[in-house]
Design a protein around this ligand. Sequence first.
Ligand SMILES: C=CC1=C(C)c2cc3[nH]c(cc4nc(cc5[nH]c(cc1n2)c(C)c5CCC(=O)O)C(CCC(=O)O)=C4C)c(C)c3C=C
Ligand code: FE2
Ligand code: FE2
Length: 346
Amino acid sequence: MAHAIILMNLGTPAEPTPGAVRAFLREFLSDTRVVEIPKPVWQLILNLFILPLRPKRIAPAYQEIWNHGLDGEAVTGSPIVYYTRRQVDLLQERLQAGAGEIGVEGEAGQDGGPLVAYAMTYGTPNLSETVARLQEEGATGFTVLPLYPQYSATTTGAIYDQVARIIRKSRNVPDISVVHDYWKHPRYIEALANTVREHWDKHGAAEKLMMSFHGIPKANTRKGDPYYEHCCGTAERLAAALGLPREKWEITFQSRFGKAEWLQPYTDKTLVEWGRSGVSSVDVICPAFSADCLETLEEIAVENRANFIDAGGREYRYIPALNAREDHIAMIEAIVRERIPGTKAG
Ligand SMILES: C=CC1=C(C)c2cc3[nH]c(cc4nc(cc5[nH]c(cc1n2)c(C)c5CCC(=O)O)C(CCC(=O)O)=C4C)c(C)c3C=C
Ligand SMILES: [Fe+2]
Ligand SMILES: [Fe+2]
């Protein structure tokens, strides 16, 4: 009886071309978890305005980040896929090494620790084909870990839907569970704090630490999505771990899409205000992203740097995502070990 761990992230286009970006956005933005506008109206807007225009605008940004690593990491392809694969390989190694401790040896899936794979909510590989492949390799139990520390219906909720669809189609329903969130996990907060401390050791601390989270529409929070609360809780815990007084840090929300109000304060507007009001240096961390991707490498590290510098700021430094850091993989290991039958928590 083999157990399998499936790490999940959002997904990315197959290539950085307008055609591939269009196919990716069509699938992603057609999910009613992501955009809650009534389907007939939204499909008109999507097909008439967004899909004919946005891919041409976004594809050059994808071209910039393709094969682009921070700190000399030899990234190939889309960074979110590259880092998710690294997370899979490193987690597999750790779990296999740990399998000896609990009295089993051998290759992954042959009584030597669980199988580890990844799937993307949109694009490839998708969850249902990943589960089917792992079942062929002998997996009967599954732990799905959405690599979103903070729960949102727009991200983790969409993964629950995909799991529910697999269950609905199965006669022999697999033993499958999903990790809801892990923003409170002490090892997550500690890993974030470690990245900041290492960054400060190398560059010195900036005047302000900006904690920029991916946004969602503000109305979602009013309807019961706990994401805002999870982000505020994360920011407060991280600030406490770093011993930062309140005036030294700020929580902001990025990646606004469409005309509706999203969670505030907005990252871009805050940086412009700070630049204008004499803040000279900023460190930016994006705790909601477990892997660097378009939203960090381009929107934060390039676009928002320009917003701050053009408004009068002097130093702007982006602190990379947890990616393949050892403390990040150890945290993932601790979370999944609690769910693997016959293993002890790490
Ligand atoms: C349209 C609404 C969107 C919601 C709601 C949303 C929530 C959300 N997204 C992430 C993580 C990622 N988003 C990424 C890209 C991305 N996001 C949206 C829109 C919404 N996201 C779009 C349209 C795009 C594609 C780029 C663009 O056209 O602007 C990515 C990066 C993928 C990559 O290829 O690198 C990630 C990761 C979270 C965590 C979240 C809510 C909590
Ligand atoms: Fe997004
Ligand atoms: Fe963006």
